[in-house]
Write a protein that binds this ligand. Structure first.
Ligand code: UN1
Length: 506
């Protein structure tokens, strides 16, 4: 049924998952299957990288990057613009492939491709704005300025839940800054990675720049470990669990590399007495149930002023009852499957914990009689924060908890290990400002009257604490992909020293 989509994207039943300056034929690696989580069927087989294949990718990337860095940045931006146009043409097919491989609904699948297009547009503009500062020198007839150089080969490790957009956040910036990219996608979504690699090669390969975008699919986390240890990769950008990030960060730091981490979130929202509940319930539903709760920005904890608790719970229960669950490519579906049976079990265990710890199940939790990894979204009411709420369960499981005063709610919101996204629903400016103040939300993202998920690419994306501290996509996130050089030029006849130091021979 979806064979045409796969064919148009160049996906066969057996595919090489390794691209250095060309697609590698079957060599030392093993084969893995890509599954459709909606029905458990195999979408295609993929050849993974052996150590030798990986080294080939690194070497071809190093080689290609030297030539790429000599291309003027606005010309590099032009390649991104052309890639963005290819994505525009392929949006429906690639969006469908994202849906087939991840189980996210089609509008989110195509939304992800739109996010890639937005990144290409952003990077194209940025390619003319990679500027440094000129700084007033304390020494006469001196000029001080800073400039930015490419780093070299950037390693990008992505997760299954945003299999292409997060690569684009990194790759668009890294490439426009003059770097090459070595991509290790999630083994759960190798086909989307192959399709994207095929597309970008259409703009790179004709000009001999094939090696600036390389791909290394692995069966688990092996390639990721090689990358973390590899001194030839000055920057590793990794998206995934806190556990994975802790290991990558330590390994990369031990070799004085740079890491950019986008890890877990345990995001909360606060509903104040003045909140507009129509807006609030719509936002909460998308943030908690959208993408089947498998975004790092998913809403997992909701703190509601006690005066509005019953109303919010009733409205949410009604909304949860109406969420159309089904095959993610059907237009009316809003909730598709989880990525596989693993998180189905994790959600079940978290629910059991919650009930033992004093929570009440308002909605969800029953098995779904469908072939794939479907779950009912769950709503759990708790009288006060319970220990399980501090754990990120990557599934549509929302805890709702009453609060007395805003300071208490903000304290509870911040009382988790992660610090990615947060939101407040209020019509009072003083409440919004208290939430946004230095002692308010401690997250990298703080929203007013919108949910925790669904950020635009124009802002810098990322979070604090165990979320890893990285910032990707918009604003000045590009600086992480470059090295800063401070330069001082003495164009005068004398050699004055800074700080008034005298060092003259008598
Ligand atoms: C992720 O889940 O890793 O803000 C990224 C959002 C999306 C990105 C999520 N733009 O929800």
């Amino acid at each position: 049924m979806f064979e045409d989509v796969l064919t148009r994207l160049g996906i066969a039943s057996r595919n090489s998952g390794v691209h250095s300056s060309h697609w590698l034929p079957a060599s030392g690696g093993t084969w893995i299957d890509s599954w459709n989580p909606s029905n458990g069927r195999v979408l295609g087989e993929v050849l993974t990288a052996s150590r030798e294949d990986y080294d080939g990718c690194v070497l071809s990337a190093i080689d290609a990057q030297r030539a790429w860095a000599r291309v003027p940045a606005p010309r590099r931006g032009e390649y991104l613009r052309c890639f963005g146009n290819l994505l525009r043409n392929a949006k429906q097919d690639l969006g469908m492939l994202v849906t087939l491989e991840t189980g996210k609904i089609l509008s989110e699948g195509t939304g992800e491709v739109q996010e890639m297009i937005d990144m290409c547009d952003f990077a194209t503009g940025l390619s003319r704005q990679l500027y440094g500062l000129t700084i007033a020198s304390e020494r006469a007839e001196h000029r001080m300025f800073e400039q930015w150089h490419p780093l070299g080969v950037v390693g990008v490790i992505t997760a299954f839940n945003f299999p292409v957009a997060v690569w684009a956040w990194n790759a668009a910036l890294a490439l426009v800054c003059g770097n090459a990219v070595l991509w290790k996608p999630s083994p759960l979504t190798p086909l989307t990675a192959i399709a994207v690699q095929r597309l970008i090669q259409q703009v790179l390969a004709p000009d001999g720049f094939s090696g600036v975008s390389t791909l290394c699919v692995d069966a688990d986390s092996e390639v990721g470990k090689w990358m973390a240890m590899d001194g030839r990769l000055p920057l590793i950008s990794a998206t995934g669990s806190c556990r994975m990030g802790r290991s990558v960060a330590a390994t990369v730091a031990a070799r004085f590399g740079r890491s950019l981490l986008e890890l877990g979130g345990n995001n909360a929202a606060i509903v104040t007495p003045s909140a507009d509940l129509d807006r609030t319930v719509r936002a909460v539903l998308f943030a908690a149930v959208g993408t089947a709760g498998q975004r790092c920005t998913t809403l997992r904890r909701l703190f509601v002023h006690h005066s509005r608790l019953d109303e919010v719970i009733n409205r949410l229960a009604h909304a949860y009852d109406s969420v159309p669950l089904g095959l993610p490519w059907e237009p009316e579906t809003l909730l598709g499957p989880l990525i596989h049976q693993g998180p189905v079990g994790e959600m079940k265990r978290a629910l059991e914990h919650a009930l033992r710890e004093g929570g009440t199940l308002v909605r969800g939790g029953n098995p779904v009689p469908l072939e794939g990894s479907f779950v009912q979204p769950a709503l759990v009411k708790v009288p006060a924060p319970i220990p399980i709420m501090r754990q990120e369960t990557f599934a549509p499981l929302l805890y709702v908890c009453p609060y007395e005063d805003l300071t208490q709610a903000i304290t509870w919101q911040n009382d988790v290990h992660q610090g990615l996204s947060s939101a407040i629903f209020t019509d009072r400016i003083s409440e919004a400002e208290q939430f946004l103040a230095h002692n308010g939300s401690d997250c990298g993202i703080a929203n007013v009257n919108i949910g925790t998920s669904g950020a635009e690419i124009g802002g810098a994306f990322g979070g604090e604490k165990e979320t890893g501290g990285g910032r990707e996509a918009g604003s000045d996130a590009w600086k992480t992909y470059m090295r800063r050089q401070t330069c001082t030029i003495n164009w005068g006849q004398y050699l004055p020293l800074a700080q008034g130091v005298k060092f003259d021979l008598a």
